[in-house]
Design a protein around this ligand. Structure first.
Ligand code: NAI
Ligand code: MG
Length: 488
C-alpha cells in the first residue's frame, strides 16, 4: 500500500501499482489471414493497425480481407465440411474441441494479457472472466458433440454447412468461443471475422487451432472492417450468419439475407433495466449496480444502464453508489488493481462523451467520480445521471459506456411498464427479498435474461439472447447448439 494523502479524517491509502507482466506474450508485427490452417496474405495487400487503447500505441498490423479473400475462406470451409468434418463422428469432433479447450487453458495467461492490451479491459476481468468462460464454452460444447441425438431426440439433428460469424470488440475471445464451439460441435465449418479493433486473441486462437491439428478449413479467420463482414454476409455459399454487434448493422444484415436460404441469429444492443426494491439488501444491490454498468467500461450489450430505484430507498442507494464510485480505480488495464480500464476506441469514447453532453443539455443532473484518469489513452470516469425521465435520450439509447441513468418508481406495475418501455429487450436485474415478486417480474419483463439479486452472470449452460431490437435466436446452452442444426 502507498500513502495517498493526509486528510482531517486521517491518512488515506492507495494500492501500489501491480502491473501484470507482458514478457511471456508473443505477438507478430503483422498478421495474415487464417485460411485452410495456413497464414495467407490478403489479396488486397492492405493491412491496418490495431492499437492499445490505454496508450494509443500500435500493437500489430492486421490483414484487411476483401471479397476475394472471403471467397477463398468460404471455399476452404465448404471443402472441409464436405470432405472431412461432416464425415467425422461426433466423438471425434468432441476430441478436437476438448483439445482446443485445454490448449486455451494452457495459454490462458498470455490470452488474458493480449485481450487487455488490445481491448482495454482490466486484466482482472480478462483473466478471471473472459478467458475461463471462453475455455468453458469449448469444454461444454465438446461434451455435446457425440450426443446430438440425445440433445434433440426424435429431431434427427443435422449440421447446416458453412457458418459465417461476425463478432464485436467488447468480449473478443469469448464471442469467438460462443460462435465457434457450438458450430463445430454440431458439425459445421466456420468463417469468422473478429472486430477490427480487437482481432488479436482470435488470431492467437487460430495458432492454437493449427497446433491442435484440427483439419484444415474447419475454422477460417478473416480479419477486416465492415466491408469484410458484408462480404461474408453476402457470400452465396454460406448457410448461416451469426452476428453480434450494433442494432444498425443487424438490420442491414437482416435485409441482406432476406429471401436467401441463410439461417440467422442476431444478438444486438440493449438498454437493460436494473430494478431495486426497498426490501433489497442495499449494499449488495449497490455492488450489483456497479457490476451492471461499470463492468468492462459498460461495453456490455446487457449492461444495466437504466437503474430503477424504489422511491423510499432512492436517497440511500444513490448516496452509497456515489460513495462506492469514489473507490473505483480507473486506469491501466494491465494493473491488477484496476476496476475500469480503457474505452475500446477513440470513436467509442467520442460517442460516450456525446451522450454525456446530451444528458446535461436535456437537463439531467450529472455526477462523476473524482478519480484521476491517465492523460494518454481513451478513458471515461464512471458517470451517473439523476433527474432522468423516460423521454430522455440517455434513458432510451444505447450508450455502451460507463454511464448510468437513474429513475425512481413507487409500484411494481409502474416499474414493469417503465422497464419495458424501450425498443430493446436483452436483460434485466431484479433486487428484492421477495421470491414471489421475482417470479412476477421475470414473467412480465420483456427481456431474454432476468437476473435476480445479481447481475452480469454468465455460464455456457444458460442460453442468452434478446427480444425486440435486441435481436433473436439464443446462444449458449442447448438453444445455442440447436441454432447450428437442422431439426426435423
Ligand atoms: P458494429 O456493429 O459496426 O460492429 C460489430 C461487427 O460487425 C464488427 O466485426 C464489424 O466489423 C462488423 N460490421 C460492421 N459493418 C458491417 C456490415 N455492414 N456487415 C457485416 N458486418 C459488419 O458496431 P460498432 O460500430 O463497433 O459499435 C457501434 C455501437 O454498436 C456501439 O456503440 C454499441 O452501442 C453497439 N454494439 C453492441 C454490441 C453488442 O454486443 N450487442 C457490440 C458492439 C457494439
Ligand atoms: Mg485494439
Amino acid at each position: 500500500m502507498a500513502k495517498k494523502k493526509e486528510s482531517p479524517q486521517g491518512t488515506e491509502w492507495n494500492y501500489s501499482p501491480s502491473p501484470e507482466s507482458t514478457t511471456h506474450v508473443k505477438l507478430e508485427k503483422r498478421y495474415a489471414l487464417f485460411i485452410n490452417n495456413e497464414w495467407v496474405a490478403p489479396s488486397s495487400k492492405a493491412y491496418f493497425p490495431t492499437l492499445n487503447p490505454a496508450n494509443e500505441t500500435v500493437i500489430s498490423e492486421i490483414a484487411w480481407a476483401n471479397d476475394k479473400d472471403v471467397d477463398k475462406a468460404v471455399r476452404a470451409a465448404r471443402k472441409a465440411y464436405q470432405e472431412v468434418w461432416s464425415k467425422l463422428s461426433g466423438a471425434e469432433r468432441g476430441k478436437y474441441l476438448f483439445r482446443i479447450a485445454r490448449m486455451m487453458q494452457e495459454k490462458s495467461r498470455e490470452l488474458a494479457v493480449i485481450e487487455s492490451m488490445d481491448c482495454g479491459k482490466p486484466i482482472r476481468e480478462s483473466r478471471d472472466i473472459d478467458i475461463p468462460l471462453a475455455c468453458n464454452h469449448f469444454f461444454y460444447y465438446a461434451g455435446w458433440a457425440d450426443k446430438l441425438e440425445y440433445a434433440f431426440p426424435t429431431k434427427n439433428p443435422k449440421p447446416l454447412g458453412v457458418a459465417g460469424q461476425i463478432i464485436p470488440w467488447n468480449f473478443p475471445l469469448l464471442m469467438a468461443a460462443w460462435k465457434i464451439a457450438p458450430a463445430l460441435a454440431a458439425g459445421n465449418t466456420v468463417v469468422l471475422k473478429p472486430a477490427e479493433t480487437t482481432s488479436l486473441t482470435a488470431l492467437k486462437l487460430a495458432e492454437i487451432i493449427k497446433e491442435s491439428g484440427l483439419p484444415p478449413g474447419v475454422v477460417n479467420i478473416v480479419t477486416g472492417h465492415g466491408d469484410t463482414g458484408a462480404a461474408i454476409v453476402n457470400h452465396p455459399d454460406i448457410d448461416k450468419i451469426a452476428f453480434t454487434g450494433s442494432t444498425n448493422v443487424g438490420k442491414i444484415i437482416q435485409r441482406s439475407v432476406a429471401g436467401t436460404h441463410k439461417k440467422t441469429t442476431l444478438e444486438l444492443g440493449g438498454k437493460s433495466a436494473n430494478i431495486i426494491f426497498d426490501d433489497a439488501p442495499i449494499d449488495q444491490a449497490v455492488e450489483g449496480i456497479v457490476n451492471g454498468i461499470f463492468f468492462n467500461q459498460g461495453h456490455v450489450c446487457c449492461a444495466g444502464s437504466r437503474l430503477f430505484v424504489q422511491e423510499n430507498v432512492a436517497e440511500e442507494v444513490i448516496r452509497k453508489l456515489k460513495h462506492r464510485m469514489e473507490s473505483l480505480y480507473v486506469g491501466d488495464p494491465l494493473d491488477k488493481n484496476t476496476d475500469i480500464g480503457a474505452i475500446n476506441s477513440k470513436e467509442q469514447l467520442d460517442t460516450i462523451n456525446r451522450y454525456i453532453k446530451i444528458g446535461i443539455e436535456e437537463g439531467a443532473e450529472i455526477h462523476q467520480s473524482q478519480c484521476a484518469i491517465p492523460s494518454q489513452g481513451f478513458f471515461c470516469r464512471p458517470t451517473l445521471f439523476i433527474g432522468v425521465s423516460q423521454s430522455h435520450t440517455i434513458a432510451q439509447e444505447e450508450i455502451f459506456g460507463p454511464v448510468l441513468s437513474i429513475q425512481t418508481f413507487r409500484t411494481v406495475d409502474e416499474v414493469i411498464q417503465k422497464a419495458n418501455n424501450t425498443p430493446y429487450g436483452l436483460a434485466a436485474g431484479v433486487w428484492t427479498d421477495k421470491g414471489s415478486r421475482i417470479f412476477n417480474l421475470t414473467t412480465q419483463l420483456k427481456a431474454g435474461v432476468v437476473w435476480a439479486n445479481t447481475y452480469n452472470k454468465f455460464d455456457p449452460v444458460s442460453p442468452f439472447g434478446g427480444y425486440k431490437e435486441s435481436g433473436f435466436g439464443r446462444e449458449g446452452g442447448l438453444h445455442g447448439l440447436g441454432a447450428y442444426l437442422k431439426l426435423s
